[in-house]
Design a binder for this molecule. Structure first.
Ligand code: ADE
Length: 241
């Protein structure tokens, strides 16, 4: 039985088959089975009206590639999310490289929504009127270009669903995550204590919880300074705001 408080997620794509294994297995499958997330995947071509089920067309002004047509996308979004405006309860997100870059804070915000509609862009882009008429925000998963929004939607979904209360067995594993405080995770070890001459640091085997916590924090800070100083700068920027 689905929990009435479960988040509802609708995905609109021209490749619904890509999502079947993804939403049915591992963490997303568990969330679905526990009734914590209701995920539905829709084939955009179901909103086309021509014999060829056309979803794209040549760009005005010329140039390479194809642009996704406005009619099927706008009609699909409106049917699933309702018309854009203050009455709309759903948040409609288009995954596109020109969107706002996704980060952990943004995922936390999305995980608090009751209904997300995730739209996969394809080809060279999406007709701007789709964004103007039906989309609430555009999100990018990073400064690189993929050929479509399907993998980005999966990234966003996985990032959101693992934050939902009850999905992960141990809520501490979400809370203690270093990204929550803008630190990279330090090194982790499991058994055996020595492998090919490399030993697990003594402190982790000592059983001194306070020492372990201090050691972990030091390694996390060092690693962040070395690899991602921008995360620390960002943290300071936030405090000033
Ligand atoms: N579609 C293509 N590239 C993308 C990206 N980096 N983020 C989101 N959607 C995309």
């Amino acid at each position: 039985m689905a929990d009435p408080a479960a988040i509802r997620v609708d995905v609109i794509t021209i490749f619904p088959g890509l999502f079947e294994p993804f939403v049915g297995e591992a963490m997303l499958g568990i969330a679905r089975d526990k009734g914590l997330a209701r995920i539905a995947v829709h084939d955009l071509r179901d909103w086309t009206r021509d014999r060829h089920r056309t979803v794209d067309d040549a760009p005005y002004g010329g140039g390479p590639g194809m642009v996704m047509k406005p009619e099927p996308l706008v009609e699909a979004i409106e049917q699933i999310a309702g018309p854009k405006g203050p009455e709309r309860r759903a948040r409609v997100v288009l995954l596109a490289p020109q969107g706002r870059r996704l980060d952990q804070t943004h995922l936390e915000e999305l995980a608090r929504e009751e209904h997300l509609v995730l739209v996969c862009g394809r080809y060279e882009g999406v007709d701007q009127r789709v964004v103007d008429l039906a989309v609430d925000e555009e999100v990018s998963i990073g400064d690189y270009v993929l050929s479509g929004g399907e993998v980005p939607v999966m990234v966003l979904l996985e990032g959101v669903v693992r934050l939902l209360p009850g999905v992960l067995g141990n809520p501490e594993s979400v809370e203690s995550e270093s990204f929550a405080e803008r630190l990279l995770e330090g090194p982790q070890y499991t058994r055996p204590p020595e492998y090919r001459g490399l030993e697990v640091p003594e402190v982790l085997r000592s059983g001194h919880h306070a020492e372990v916590a201090r050691w972990r924090r030091q390694r996390a800070v060092e690693r962040t300074e070395e690899r991602r100083p921008d995360l620390r700068d960002g943290a300071r920027g936030d405090e000033e705001r």
